[in-house]
Every structure is written in structure tokens, then in C-alpha cells.
Ligand binder design. Structure first.
Ligand code: KIV
Ligand code: NA
Length: 269
């Protein structure tokens, strides 16, 4: 299993980090066989596996149930579990209790929290719960932001840079950036010490994440621009290996899988 220090070293050595979602025993087993660096038990679970309309309906019990299965399938892979909507952002002690429960009950290596919850990240870090932060498009806020490119103006880009620095400062061990201009994602990846994993954020990040069902064309209803399909379940391990190779070589994401918008300008760096 990769440790957080090994993942940090990969960033330093400019070795790209691969991440795939998994929600059950067989998908986790395939990810581990394909030697993907990290698995995310995303709350996308709710949409791609459970048939919910959005991730808002996903419960703590859903996440715990599925993450336990993923751990059984991938005992040797670094696993991150999503904190579902409503489990944090209430009050500090409720938030902490839920983060701790998710970490402890699932044997995940880290919990992922959407949004710049700096105080919560500090609290978790202080007691030893590793937090992966998730900024940019945060699907739990679909009712406010919709599903579209985020940080498309210079002012929003500057705010995102500030938030990214704040979550790193608070102790986040990694950052996921979703659906933002690729030049902005590159700047943030350069300015942070922690690994930055992108989805719909171009090739300038320290790693890439895709949703398992999108990558394998397994019942996905809406395929976003940034998704690349590599095969289907029958050749799942091969498809995941190819994805892994393309992340490492930088072949994925290509221009075709990247938003064209630039936000930082010539002097952006
Ligand atoms: O739930 C999920 O799958 C995610 C990734 C898309 C980053 O949060
Ligand atoms: Na998620």
C-alpha cells in the first residue's frame, strides 16, 4: 500500500498519481490488480450504483457499507472515503464525530470533504484523521452551482487559489480539483506541496481520478467531456491498467478531455 509520504514523494518526483473510484468488492479487486495508486469510494456511489438523483441523498450508512466491501477487495490500496452530504457542516462536534466514525469504521486511509471547511480539517488533522479536500465543482452543492465548470473568472480563480492554500495550511493531505480551467489547476498544483488530483481539470495536476463506471462504460447515463472510456467490465483489469499507464505517461487527459477555457492569462504564473 502506498503511504501518504510515498504519495507526497511521487509529487516531488513528478510521478503522476492514479486514482479510480470503486464501490464494491469486484471493482476494488480490479483496481488493486491494475496497480492503481489510490481508490476513492466516492459518494458518486449514490448516482452510479444506487440510482439516486444526486449525491445529496447518500447516507453515512451507504458510505460505510460500501467502503467496507472496497477494503475487502483492495486490502493493499490507499483508500479515500467521501464524507456524504449532511454529515458535516452542521456544528463542529457533529462534524468531527461523523468524520471519525467514517475513518474508524471503514478502515479507509483518509476521508474526503467537499468545500473549504478549514476548521474541520484542522480538527481532524489534530486528532489523526487524514483529510483529502475537494474544491472546484463540489457535486454535493449541485443545488447551488449545478454541474458546470467552476472558477471561470479571474476573481473566482483567485478565491480558489486562496481556498486551496487554506486547506493545505489546515492539514489536508491531498486535494481533488473538479471541473476547473486547466491553467488554474496547474497553478494550484505548482503552488501546493500536497498532491493535487484532477477530474476535468486538465493534465497539469499531480494525478487524475475517474469514476469507475464512466471509465468502463458500465451503465453511465451522462458522460462528461473529461471522461475517457477504456473498455468494459469483461476486460476491466486491462482497461484500468491502460488508464494507469496513460495517467503516468501524461497521455490522459488529452486536449479532447480538457475544458478549453483559460482563466489565468499570460502572467497567471
Ligand atoms: O464521488 C466521486 O466520485 C468524486 C470524484 C468525482 C472526485 O468525488
Ligand atoms: Na464525491
Amino acid at each position: 500500500m502506498k503511504t501518504i509520504n510515498q504519495l507526497l514523494a511521487m509529487k516531488e518526483q513528478k510521478e503522476k498519481i492514479s486514482m479510480i473510484t470503486a464501490y464494491d468488492y469486484p471493482s476494488a479487486k480490479q483496481a488493486e490488480q491494475a496497480e492503481i495508486d489510490t481508490i476513492l469510494v466516492g459518494d458518486s456511489l449514490g448516482m452510479v450504483v444506487l440510482g439516486y438523483d444526486s449525491t445529496v441523498e447518500v447516507t453515512m450508512e451507504d458510505m460505510i457499507h460500501h467502503t467496507k466491501a472496497v477494503r475487502r477487495g483492495a486490502p493493499e490500496t490507499y483508500i479515500i472515503v467521501d464524507v456524504p452530504f449532511g454529515a458535516v457542516g452542521i456544528d463542529h462536534s457533529t462534524d468531527m464525530k461523523n468524520a471519525v466514525r467514517l475513518y474508524k469504521d471503514t478502515k479507509a486511509n483518509a476521508v474526503k470533504i467537499e468545500g473549504p471547511h478549514v476548521t474541520l480539517i484542522e480538527g481532524c488533522t489534530q486528532i489523526g484523521v487524514p483529510v483529502v479536500s475537494h474544491l472546484g465543482l463540489t457535486p454535493q452543492s449541485v443545488g447551488i452551482m449545478g454541474y458546470k465548470l467552476q472558477a471561470g473568472s479571474r476573481a473566482e480563480a483567485e478565491q480558489l487559489i486562496a481556498d486551496a492554500k487554506a486547506v493545505e495550511q489546515a492539514g489536508a493531505v491531498m486535494l481533488v480539483l473538479e471541473a476547473i480551467p486547466s491553467d488554474l489547476a496547474e497553478v494550484i498544483s505548482e503552488q501546493l506541496t500536497i498532491p493535487v488530483i484532477g477530474i476535468g481539470a486538465g493534465k497539469g495536476t499531480d494525478g487524475q481520478v475517474l469514476v469507475y463506471h464512466d471509465l468502463l462504460n458500465y451503465g453511465s447515463e451522462h458522460i462528461a467531456k473529461f471522461v475517457k472510456q477504456y473498455g468494459d467490465f469483461s476486460n476491466g483489469v486491462e482497461a484500468l491498467k491502460l488508464y494507469n499507464q496513460e495517467v503516468k505517461s501524461g497521455a490522459f487527459p488529452s486536449e479532447a478531455h480538457t475544458y478549453k477555457k483559460k482563466v489565468m492569462g499570460e502572467t497567471g504564473k
